[in-house]
Design a binder for this molecule. Structure first.
Ligand code: BES
Ligand code: MN
Ligand code: ZN
Length: 498
């Protein structure tokens, strides 16, 4: 894992293999960002000209390597693009992305110093977090994508090292960044290695490490408790399901949050089998569970003054002689009956049980996170998650929180008219499918049926952004991204402060 440190050394005198500077897009072409003064001087005022001649424009995502001129200790200069500045500077997200690009570009390098223009503690945290997230590489089955080890150490340059807020910013970035990277490892793990049982064991180990209470319901306990949704989804698999409860409490907490995560360790579709081309990445269907797991561990590491109960609804959705059939009726936890019309609409079944169970403890808010529908990807694309809620205020708050931390989201409605498609034409209380049109909203409406009266609930459908199949960009690698974790942590922080 890449180490983070802070130094007050000057950019010129710090011993490092590479020195990272920022460049922006000014009205008359490329401009050198604050923090790079020493480098500009060493280039005798020609730095912008050299970079422009090499084709750089200062656009976001750009990176250009230069050999270091005399007068600088680092052998290599890496200029990364920050885009167009506003009156307030380049902004946190541009800094996070630039630091991510730098960390990724410098894989194989032992020690890199970052001299990006971070003016406030928040911007400093953004650079630290972007660097940690950008350095990520999934190394369980091979060294890395390019055969090089992640950058060994990132040194963040500042002239205010001793100041409390800088220290706190780096600690926060480390707690959040390391937990996001851990969630990415879980998502990227092959589904023959990560199943409900092994996921539960990982949660138990993390509980021991961080001092969190972890309780696991195995298939026997689930049967005894009447968790028909989780059992119905898991029954086709040789790997039985689990419901994991992770509790974090703080003595000064005034509010209790419940986070619920969809944890389908592999979604084949079940008897309603997905066709080839639609199941190769379905190991990512536990990204919601990975997100809420990472968020509660990060909250504990940050010591947030809030209680958080996290529920991981874990199952493997497989076809077999013991699998749930389209047409079967399940008795859900809490007693509602559901006719399973499509076994590929399994996420809502495991979540429904967990949402009812979470509601029994009367939390102030329930937030569930799930790779729930292809329809949400159709609506919002691959980088934006949908936010649905039974409370307009909570939905707007989560959307705003996501924006603050640099995660793309959009508020989506739960139109009452779409409910009847799941209620009429079924022999049970509900069917697990309704109208095809607006499928992401139908799924949200299904979940809403299981929220106890009086509890504010929100649903984040992260089917798009959870797993990135293209080339890496900014601080987003190929594969598991850790979507929604930053939003959940900030939401918990804001709750703790209010
Ligand atoms: N896990 C999928 C949704 C998904 C699709 C996530 C692509 C990430 C990428 C979910 O279980 C599913 O199969 N949903 C169905 C529901 C339908 C059968 C009502 C869908 O969206 O097609
Ligand atoms: Mn499915
Ligand atoms: Zn699924």
């Amino acid at each position: 894992m890449t180490a983070l440190s802070v130094s007050t050394s000057s950019a010129a005198s710090l011993r490092a293999d590479a020195l990272v500077i920022g460049v922006g897009k000014g009205p008359k072409g490329l401009v050198v960002a604050p923090g790079a003064e020493a480098v500009a001087e060493a280039f005798e005022g020609k730095l912008a000209e050299v970079l422009s001649t090499l084709g750089a424009t200062g656009a976001e995502g750009e990176s250009v390597k230069l050999p270091s001129p005399a007068g600088l200790k680092a052998a290599l200069i890496l200029a990364v693009g920050l885009g167009e500045p506003s009156d307030e500077g380049y902004g946190q997200e541009a800094l996070r992305r630039a630091a991510g690009v730098a960390a990724r570009t410098l894989s194989g390098v032992k020690k890199a110093a970052l001299a990006l223009p971070a003016a406030s503690a928040e911007e400093f945290e953004a650079v630290a977090l972007g660097g940690l997230l950008g350095s990520y590489s999934y190394t369980t089955y091979k060294v890395s994508e390019n055969g090089k080890a992640p950058v060994g150490e990132l040194v963040l340059l500042t002239d205010r090292k001793g100041s409390k807020d800088v220290k706190a910013a780096v600690e926060r970035a480390a707690a959040i960044g390391e937990e996001i990277n851990r969630a990415r490892d879980l998502i990227n793990a092959a589904p023959n290695d990560l199943n409900p049982k092994s996921f539960a064991a990982i949660a138990q180990a993390a509980g021991k490490e961080h001092g969190l209470k972890v309780e696991v319901l195995d298939e026997k306990a689930l049967t005894k408790g009447g968790f028909g949704g989780i059992l119905g989804v898991g029954t086709g698999s040789d790997n039985p399901p689990r419901l994991v409860k992770i509790s974090y409490t703080h003595p000064k907490a005034k509010a209790t949050l419940a986070f619920v995560g969809k944890g389908i360790t592999y979604d084949s579709g079940g008897i309603s089998l997905k066709p080839a081309g639609h199941n190769e990445t379905m190991k990512c269907d536990m990204s919601g569970a990975a997100a809420v797991f990472a968020a509660v561990v990060a909250a504990k590491r940050l010591g947030l003054a809030v209680n958080i109960t996290t529920w991981l609804a874990l199952a493997e959705n497989m076809p077999s002689g013991s699998a749930t059939r389209p047409g079967d009726v399940l008795k859900m936890y809490g007693g509602k009956t559901v006719e399973v019309l499509n076994t590929d609409a399994e996420g809502r079944l495991v979540l429904a049980d967990a949402i009812v169970r979470a509601g029994e403890e009367n939390p102030d808010v329930i937030v569930d996170v799930a790779t729930l529908t292809g329809a949400m990807m159709m609506a919002l694309g691959n980088r934006t998650f949908g936010v649905m809620s039974n409370s307009d205020e909570l939905r707007n708050r989560l959307h705003a929180t996501a924006e603050e931390v640099g995660e793309q989201s959009w508020p989506m409605p739960l139109p009452a008219d779409l409910r009847k498609g799941m209620v009429e034409s079924t022999i049970a209380d509900l069917a697990n499918m309704g109208e095809r049109m607006g499928g992401g909203l139908v799924a949200g409406l299904f979940l809403k049926e299981f929220v106890a009266d009086g509890i504010d609930w929100a649903h984040l459908d992260i089917a798009g952004p959870a797993f990135h199949e293209g080339a890496p960009f900014g601080y987003i690698p190929r594969g598991g991204t850790g979507s929604a974790i930053r939003t959940l942590v900030r939401f918990a922080e804001d709750t703790a402060k209010s």
